[in-house]
Design a protein around this ligand. Sequence first.
Ligand SMILES: Cc1ncc(C[n+]2csc(CCOP(=O)(O)OP(=O)(O)O)c2C)c(N)n1
Ligand SMILES: CC(=O)[C@@H](O)[C@H](O)COP(=O)(O)O
Ligand SMILES: [Mg+2]
Length: 639
Amino acid sequence: MGKYLQQVNSPGDIRALTVAQLEQLAGEIREEIIVTVARNGGHLAPNLGVVELTLALHKIFQTPRNKIIWDVGHQSYVHKLITGRRERFDTLRCHGGLSGFPRPDESEHDAFGTGHSSTSISAALGIALARDMKGEEYSVVAVIGDGAMTGGMAFEALNHAGHLQKDIIVVLNDNEMSIAPNVGAMAGYLNRIRTDPKYSRGKDEIEQILRRIPSIGSKVLKVAERLKDSFKYLVVPGMIFEELGFTYLGPIDGHNISAMLNTFEQAKSLGGPVLVHVITQKGHGYAPAVEKADKFHGIGPFDISSGDCLKKSDISTYTEIFGRTLVQLAEQDPCIVAITAAMCSGTGLTEFAGKFPRRFFDVGIAEQHAVTLAAGLAISGLKPVVAIYSTFLQRAYDQILHDVCLQNLPVVFAIDRAGIVGDDGPTHHGLFDYSFLRNIPNMTIMAPADENELQHMLNTALQVNGPCALRYPRGTGLGVALDRQYRDIPVGKAEVLSEGKDITLLAVGNMVPVARRAAAMLKEQGVLATVINARFVKPLDAACIAEHAKRTGRLITIEENVLAGGFGSAVLELLESRGLHDIQVKCLGIADTFVEHGSQALLREKYGLTAQGLVEAAREMVKTRAAKGRKLVGLGGGS
Ligand SMILES: Cc1ncc(C[n+]2csc(CCOP(=O)(O)OP(=O)(O)O)c2C)c(N)n1
Ligand SMILES: CC(=O)[C@@H](O)[C@H](O)COP(=O)(O)O
Ligand SMILES: [Mg+2]
């Protein structure tokens, strides 16, 4: 570890360093982050881009007294390293170790928990309002990227902050990138500010003129300020932030510590809302991350010298199969269009975007807009597919309900990263979608048992004449053979995979192979299980489920979702509605808890979502032959 970094135990140690020393420290921090992310995986490029910015912020704004809120929070590694977590930094994103996102329960320097985008300005404004109501004094700083600035919440908060005129500072970290190059009119606007030589030259000139004006009284200063403002209005079209009530400072070089120190001092002393526009380079200081900022946005373990990923599998991911199938279906059907909210490559749409640029829409980080846009396309006769991570779909609940389902529009939700996602942790697990979708009328919900079934389900979903959700997990499929011809899967029909007299294992999605393995293990122990691939969470195959539940008298449901309102819940409702009170039922899933970060395998093990977990639940049930009644089982809290 570098000479300066070793000495930084708290942000106070930063403030003792000169600018030259901070520049050296920046190099040491980059090295530490590269080594750690190369081993543990993580958000490399975003962090390398904010090293100097973070140091400058901490030099001016003493935390935890002052509050720094990191939007998304994927760029908070530098902040973590210098706020007392250096010695645990090697545990980053490991189970039980440091989170990859800010968490107030991890450090008092983390003013607000983040993970989802575009929340920082709202949170900062709330904190500033509370500060003023309580008569306290400190600065509140939201650091938000140009990508996150495309999210509706950011604009809602700017609108409110400009109106209230509270003292808050918004640092706009503009690196021209969301995960991929940033899109939209706002990105174009920022680009004009950055590149318009008229503005940079003009601003310098006017500032020189202003400096020459002797300070002979506040009136002159006010006139000068107004002159400066009018000049800006003249040369910068819109000056959108100033129009919204913010004082705009910038653009400044986000790798120049001295420049930032001056500007942050100025921002601190100004009253009201201030926006500091900082220009950074994503991946700065590590060539592979600069060249492929998209790949290095979030990356698994990699080789530092080449930048190559270490863990490569020959088996395709669910995402890849989805993307490939969609392209093939779209070749046959010109009505199919695809929408992403700033996650083109993450959701597998890159090939689609290349082949059908006029049928592809990247809306920026705007999930709500994505869903209502899809509703508009669907009501006009097209077949929109919204490819989205489960966790981010949470944002668009009302749009799903009010704009899509209420009008029974044929929108397909391709819900990726459903279930346990792993190292990103509780902000990113997709553990709620069965529950928040199942209760909406008109919605069909299906989940494939493997990547081959995913193909058929996507084909089927595009023919359901109404809202349809197709949810699948993060990571590779099972490596099964892929049919070349797509089939229609009968909507609401389950598939009985094997018959056994002792117990029914009713699984959905990626829990189906788990149930199959469990049945094989149980057979060796003399317990014969029926295994059913439910395929649909809504509508359930009521006849099939009821028949097998009655036949075996015992039923275990298993799902990678929270138990409350999920698949097992739906089965319990079904049995209740049919008066099947004598069947022993257990539901396996996630209890009433937020699941922490850690590898998918480790977390599945911990929460009993494995063949072994299912075997234990089944054995206990078979053992207690006489016992009747139902049980919701989930480890880690609740019941
Ligand atoms: C609501 C929501 N949608 C999508 C994401 C996924 N996501 C994480 S970071 C990111 C890009 C953010 O870009 P920017 O704010 O400019 O930060 P940068 O990585 O460029 O520093 C996206 C789309 C998210 N975290 N939250
Ligand atoms: C910070 C963020 O929200 C994304 O970068 C997310 O971490 C991507 O997850 P995947 O690695 O599953 O694409
Ligand atoms: Mg950016």
